[in-house]
Design a protein around this ligand. Structure first.
Ligand SMILES: NC(=O)c1ccc[n+]([C@@H]2O[C@H](COP(=O)([O-])OP(=O)(O)OC[C@H]3O[C@@H](n4cnc5c(N)ncnc54)[C@H](OP(=O)(O)O)[C@@H]3O)[C@@H](O)[C@H]2O)c1
Length: 398
């Protein structure tokens, strides 16, 4: 089989994560043949590490290269749908980081849009963006690989096998994620990210829950079990009276989330057509390193998946400097005291497996486990959640 030519778009955190996992594929599977970022300096720094000759700040120049089969979009969410459509029109396969898209404002919108634009309008806009990508991908006949790593994480993979082995039904899924704030400067305002913690982080939890009910339905009924409605609440805890009181007392120095017009806490309940519920709870204000878990409460058992801190290895150090530069886990504040470093974060969180599946899907002309339909559903469920939270009611899904 021929070597796939990859064009990286974006050159920071997300792109580095993908690069590591492309690099670990068997020799000859892929070759990174170009890097594009907003600034040439950033693309050049990335290209030096990745040993790539072609560097540009012009996405069209990357698309024009005949030796690039796949573009890997690791750019801020506001660019996702536009870049995906341009890539599909150029006949390139697409790997895209989450979320597929959102609502990023329209001419005439009052600013900041996260505080001023009604969520019903946002939901319509986000749906239009999402459907436009699906339409472009289907028309061009290219593969769309949605980088929802939770769907590939070994604990969720085992959960799938346990669900398939059981005859039971999932009555409740409970999915959670928290950490102390995003790395990206773009995450502070709605016009760049399309939402706050519910979209940026909750999209993983929502993706896993939708995927698992889909999977359960395929096992039991020969078709997926669809979400039908949502209720939700969202909040800006960083600017709450409680946080201000702690800041005044000097007891609030570790949370790095600094939002302009996005939420940093959310609780979303998804109703499914078989009466089951999924409960998604996320925050950008949770110290202690990244926490990501999914629990399935079934009629005949319980399955708990933990993709981050677990006791495969535990450390103790009286001083944070003891373990020097050895990596522990994402967004951990300190290596002092007792800790649970991840033994292999890329593997445990599914980054290695998603890249492997995407490359396999494109080379073998099959659908990836995480594709365009899951990506579109996540946007629809989350924006319905925003509308439900604003309007204080249950919102039906189409
Ligand atoms: N799955 C996960 O757990 C996970 C974790 C982190 C991030 N992500 C996703 O990965 C994506 C990137 O996140 P990040 O943290 O890497 O963001 P980031 O640190 O803000 O980096 C964004 C990159 O996109 C580039 N860029 C921005 N506008 C561009 C344009 N018009 N044309 C070309 N390049 C452009 C930037 O270029 P410059 O460097 O020149 O500014 C930068 O390299 C996001 O979709 C995010 O949701 C996923």
């Amino acid at each position: 089989m021929k070597t796939l030519g990859i064009g990286m778009v974006g050159a920071r955190y997300g792109a580095q994560m993908h690069l590591t996992n492309f690099t670990n594929l068997p020799a000859g599977a892929v070759e990174i043949r170009g890097v594009c970022s907003r600034s040439k300096e950033s693309a050049e720094a990335f290209a030096r590490d990745a040993k790539v000759a072609f560097v540009t700040d012009d996405f069209d120049a990357l698309l024009a290269r005949k030796d690039i089969d796949v573009v890997d979009l690791c750019v801020p969410p506001a660019k996702h749908h536009e870049f995906a459509i341009r890539a599909a029109n150029a006949g390139k396969h697409i790997i895209m980081e989450k979320p597929l898209t959102g609502y990023f404002g329209e001419p005439g919108d009052p600013e900041p849009i996260g505080l001023k634009v009604p969520r019903a309008k946002m939901r319509e806009g986000a749906r239009r963006n999402a459907e436009a990508v699906r339409e472009a991908v289907q028309r061009a006949g290219v593969k769309f690989c949605y980088a929802e790593n939770w769907v590939y994480a070994p604990p969720i993979d085992k959960m799938r096998r346990l669900i398939a082995a059981s005859q039971g039904s999932i009555l409740e899924l409970r999915a959670e994620e928290n950490h102390s704030g995003s790395n990206s400067v773009f995450s502070r305002d709605w016009k760049n990210t399309g939402g706050g913690a519910l979209l940026r982080m909750g999209v993983h939890s929502v993706g896993a829950c939708l995927h698992l009910k889909q999977w359960e339905g395929q096992q039991r009924l020969g078709r997926g079990i669809r979400p039908t409605a949502v209720v939700a609440d969202v909040a800006d805890l960083v600017h709450s009276d409680a946080a201000v009181r702690a800041r005044t007392a000097g007891a609030n120095q570790w949370i790095s989330a600094n939002p302009i017009d996005v939420e940093n806490w959310a609780n979303l309940v998804i109703h499914f057509e078989d009466g089951a519920r999924a409960n998604v709870i996320v925050n950008d204000t949770g110290l202690g390193g990244l926490n990501t878990r999914v629990t399935a409460f079934m009629t005949d058992g319980v399955i708990k998946a933990n993709m981050t801190s677990n006791d495969a290895i535990e450390t103790y150090a009286p001083d944070a400097a003891v373990f020097s530069n050895e990596y522990f886990t994402e967004k951990l504040e300190t290596k002092a005291g007792w800790n649970r470093p991840s033994v292999d974060e890329d593997w445990f969180r599914g980054f290695a497996q998603e890249i492997q599946d995407f490359v396999g899907a494109i080379r073998e002309n099959r659908e990836p486990r995480s594709g365009i339909d899951l990506a579109v559903d996540c946007v629809e469920v989350i924006y319905a959640g925003y509308q439900a939270a604003e309007e204080g009611r249950r919102v039906g899904l189409v």
